[in-house]
Structure formats: structure tokens, C-alpha cells
Design a protein around this ligand. Structure first.
Ligand SMILES: [Zn+2]
Length: 360
């Protein structure tokens, strides 16, 4: 049964950030890597390399029309920024591209790397052109967002994660040079996304949850603040920060409060340990800034992609009952969903969240 909705997505998201009551929980984007959902027999490679962004647009359109989420995030794969800077990926028909050879092998390579133009370089035009189509068609109903994996993760993807960890320990000046370059690249990319119609932007990927808190403070926080301040100056209205699963996720989550919670209304989403843990962090963030929301916990791969609809519904109910009271909660899984996620599982994840009803 469809529930009558009283608020627009814009009203709902604003009220949620302020901690005011909403007619239902705010729904974030179901990042299923919209590969192929809109067109039959399309491969992931065809979607992410289609410079016109048409195949990606078709997939997003199909999902949005089914679920009417409050937010639409236009993005493809988490090495897309690095590939536009010279990292070489291997492409697959049914999963996302993965890096094979990194752009920076030695300090001399730094001078050869150019700051990417998202309208022309690598596979970025797919996102740029899709953003234009999506914002033209749905920009009056949903909040359109797009971002990057952020300065540190782009650095790790042009240098290699092991290599940049080695640099941090043995030649920190080089690590700083690489992250500095990656920051400039991220800024250039989101400038393009803004021009194409994005209102919210984002950062965060797995690389930062492999380093410790002290390195996080030195090599992640200052660069991300710079990125975020630029984003605000460009005109972005909100920010979402992904906390990806990794050995130090539960440690660096506390460092996220230093990134920029004071700069824009921010969602910190991802790998919380449990609903109670996420609630505890929601309260912690509230001590630092008035508009910080949380989301995540439910496992994208294990639960939403591979679980059964009944289990998913039970978890959705538990999370919403625990975390959505008092607003500042956005419903989404803990990470990107695999392209193979069954639609009935996605239905369970989203439609049950809509049904749980009025949240105060
Ligand atoms: Zn993740």
C-alpha cells in the first residue's frame, strides 16, 4: 500500500537535518551501480565507459521511478578519478573496474599527472553527462548529488594503497605531495559536478579505514577540510561522508568530527558496528555541529544483496526504531550495493522503510 506523503524531498531532508519531525524517514540513494538495470543485456563496462552517460541515466531513472528516494547519487566506480589521472584499470562485464597499474610510480611522475577535467577525461564524462540528464529530469523532485572518493582515497588510487602507506612512514613529504595533487583533482571534479547540476557532494572510501587515528589527522583531515570549504564556496548545500569498512573504521569514525561538520549539513554513513553504535555516534556528532545525520549499519553485500527479504525487513525496522527518533538519520546500506543485488531485496530494504511510518 502506498502511503500518502505530505512533504517534498527538499522539505523532508531539511527537517531531518534540523532534527524536526518528518512524514517518513529520509531515503538515501540505493547505489546499486545502476549498471544495466535500464537496458537489457548491458555490461558494467558498457555503462561506466559510455561517455554520454545514457546507460547510467537509464538505470538511475528505472530505480528512481520505482523507489522515489529523496536523494539521487550519480556515480560509477571508486577508481574513476584515478583512471582520469592515469591509473590503468581492468574492466569486467559484471563487476566494477579495478586498478592494475598506478599512475605514480616514483616522485618524478608527480609532474606528469594532470588535474582531470570531468567533462573530457577518462570515464568522468559518463558521470558528468548523466548528472546533466538526471538533474534536468528529476532535479525538481530529488536532491541530486555526486562527489569523489575524496583526497586521501584518490591519492591511494593514483599511488597504490600499500605504496602510499609506505610513503607515509618513510617519506611523508612525498605522501603530502600526492594527497595535495589528489585534493586539487577532487576540487576540479566536483566543480564539474556542480556545473552539471549536483547540489550535494561527497567523499570517503575504504583507504582511510586502513590507517590509524594519528595518520588520519595528518593525512586526511586537513585535505578534506580544504576540499569541503571549496565545495561550500562553489555553492554545494550538503555533504556526505562515507565511513567504509576497514580495520580502523571504529577508530577513525571519531576523527570524522574534525573534517568539516561545521561547514555543511553532513551525513556520516557507513560501517557502524550496530544500531546502538550508530546512535551513540549521532549523539557524539551533535555535540560538535547542529546538522549531522547518520546512516548505514545494514550490510550492503551480506544482508541486502545476499540475504532474504524477511531478514532485511527485520533489520530495517530495528535500525529505524533505534536511530531515526529525533531525525538526523538517512536510510541507506553501509556501503555500495553490488550490481547483482536482487530487486526483491531492494524492495524489502526500501519499501519497508517507507512503511514504518511517521518518525518524530
Ligand atoms: Zn564502503
Amino acid at each position: 500500500m502506498e502511503i500518502r506523503e505530505e512533504m517534498s524531498s527538499f522539505e523532508r531532508v531539511e527537517a531531518m537535518f534540523k532534527g524536526e519531525s518528518t512524514d517518513r524517514v529520509v531515503l538515501g540513494w540505493v547505489r546499486v551501480v545502476e549498471a544495466g538495470l535500464g537496458l537489457p543485456k548491458v555490461t558494467v563496462t558498457e555503462v561506466v565507459t559510455d561517455k554520454r552517460g545514457y546507460k547510467l541515466y537509464k538505470g538511475i531513472k528505472k530505480l528512481y521511478e520505482r523507489y522515489k528516494t529523496d536523494i539521487i547519487t550519480v556515480y560509477t566506480y571508486t577508481t574513476v578519478e584515478a583512471v582520469a589521472m592515469g591509473t590503468k584499470d581492468k574492466y569486467f562485464p559484471d563487476q566494477l573496474p579495478a586498478p592494475m597499474e598506478y599512475a605514480i610510480k616514483s616522485p618524478e611522475d608527480l609532474d606528469k599527472i594532470k588535474i582531470p577535467d570531468p567533462r573530457v577525461d577518462g570515464d568522468l564524462p559518463c558521470i558528468y553527462n548523466c548528472l546533466r540528464s538526471v538533474s534536468r529530469e528529476f532535479g525538481n523532485e530529488a536532491i541530486i548529488t555526486s562527489g569523489t572518493v575524496g583526497p586521501f582515497s584518490v591519492a591511494a588510487r593514483i599511488r597504490g594503497l600499500w605504496q602510499i602507506c609506505y610513503d607515509i612512514m618513510r617519506r611523508p613529504w612525498f605522501a603530502h605531495d600526492i594527497i595535495n595533487l589528489a585534493t586539487e583533482a577532487c576540487i576540479s571534479i566536483i566543480e564539474g559536478w556542480y556545473e552539471a547540476g549536483a547540489l550535494g557532494t561527497s567523499s570517503g572510501a575504504g583507504s582511510e579505514t586502513t590507517i590509524g587515528a594519528e595518520h588520519f589527522r595528518q593525512f586526511v583531515v586537513p585535505y578534506e577540510r580544504r576540499y569541503l570549504r571549496k565545495a561550500k564556496r562553489m555553492g554545494y548545500l550538503s555533504f556526505s561522508r562515507h565511513l567504509c569498512g576497514g580495520p580502523s573504521a571504529s577508530i577513525v569514525v571519531d576523527e570524522l568530527r574534525n573534517i568539516g561538520l561545521d561547514i555543511l549539513p553532513t551525513l556520516v554513513w557507513g560501517a557502524y558496528e550496530s544500531a546502538d553504535h550508530m546512535l551513540e555516534k549521532k549523539r557524539m556528532f551533535a555535540q560538535y555541529a547542529p546538522m549531522v545525520a547518520v546512516g548505514g549499519v545494514i550490510k550492503a553485500a551480506e544482508t541486502v544483496a545476499l540475504g532474504d527479504p524477511k531478514t532485511i525487513e527485520r533489520e530495517v525496522e530495528h535500525i529505524i526504531r533505534t536511530c531515526a527518533i529525533g531525525g538526523k538519520y538517512i536510510h541507506l546500506p553501509d556501503c555500495c550495493l553490488p550490481p547483482t543485488t536482487p530487486l526483491e531485496n531492494l524492495d524489502a530494504f526500501i519499501i519497508s522503510a517507507k512503511r514504518i511510518g511517521r518518525i518524530h
